[in-house]
Ligand binder design. Structure first.
Ligand code: GUN
Length: 296
């Protein structure tokens, strides 16, 4: 069994990006600038956005954090997005999800300029991804592809089972794993809450990608010997014995499943850190595209 070490690989990617930024500075060019919009004060979202902004500083990007109260109206948020779309200093931005109930998430995503949509959530970018065109690939699926590539995991002709059909992970992952090329060329089954015999289907998988958010959902008896297991779940479990009052766990019963898997991602330290690294990579790409189009 081999660990797909997201912490190590994400650090490598960040070093590669930092080296690119150093070259940009030497040439006297503008460095990439990422903005993040956070509406409300959900604990997990605050942690993720804080981590994204800190990573920008570490690798030499500029970053801007925009915090808006949980009572923000859709119109107020759309106005902020318009400002960010118009601001030539900003290469890319994200609106952290989930949003409060009074705001329609799809309206917000559609308001983002596709050229600045470094999350790859806008229908234009999502459509380009599905059509194998060059675009911003959503950071979590992009991070999983990068892990598979850097550990030289064979995906051609394999049966990949994706658990969960979210717009951020499951749906794009199912498209990407079936694409021509590598990592891809897989036969994909996308399972969800209405799937019958999910246990049987998962146990036929060569590659399992679980993005469900249910701790310890995936047990050893559901996994084929030698399977590749990717755990996208990040759940905070309350625990008074921990300093933070919780611990983080994934969808996979790591202890048992790791005995059968050929490759497995740990939680924490697997897919999570890769998501941030790939967001930074998308922001670098946004900067390069803006420069080549002479925007600034
Ligand atoms: N919420 C959970 N994951 C993500 C992500 O990748 N991007 C944004 N914007 N929100 C998220």
């Amino acid at each position: 069994m081999k660990i797909l070490d997201g912490r190590k690989i994400s650090n490598q990617i960040k070093e590669e990006i930092a080296a690119e930024v150093a070259k940009m500075k030497e040439r006297g060019e503008k460095v990439p600038h990422l903005a993040a919009v956070l509406v409300g004060n959900d604990g997990a979202s605050l942690t993720y956005v804080g981590s994204k902004v800190r990573s920008c500083k570490k690798i030499g990007f500029e970053s801007t954090l925009i915090q808006m109260p949980s009572t923000t109206s859709e119109l107020e948020l759309l106005k902020k997005i318009d400002e960010l779309n118009q601001n030539n200093d900003i290469d890319g931005f994200i609106v952290q999800l989930p949003l409060p109930d009074q705001i329609d998430t799809q309206e917000v995503i559609m308001a983002i300029d596709p050229d600045k949509d470094v999350d790859g959530f806008h229908p234009t970018n999502f459509g380009k991804m599905a059509l194998d065109m060059s675009t911003f690939i959503p950071a979590t699926p992009f991070g999983i592809l990068e892990l598979l590539e850097r550990y030289k995991v064979d995906t051609k002709g394999k049966h990949t089972v994706v658990i969960g059909r979210s717009h951020i992970v499951g749906r794009p992952m199912s498209i990407l794993m079936s694409r021509k090329g590598w990592p891809g060329n897989s036969t994909v089954t996308l399972t969800h809450s209405h799937t019958k015999n999910i246990k049987d289907i998962v146990s036929q998988a060569d590659i399992v990608i679980s993005a469900l958010g249910v701790p310890n959902f995936l047990k050893a008896d559901m996994v084929k010997e030698g399977a590749v297991v990717i755990d996208v779940g990040i759940t905070r479990v309350p625990d008074d014995t921990k300093e933070k009052g919780y611990y983080i766990t994934g969808d996979v019963d790591f202890e048992d499943v790791s005995k059968k898997a050929s490759f497995i991602t740990p939680v924490p330290g697997g897919v999570g850190p890769m998501t941030i690294a790939m967001l930074l990579k998308n922001t670098l790409l946004a900067r390069e595209r803006h420069r080549s189009r002479g925007k600034s």
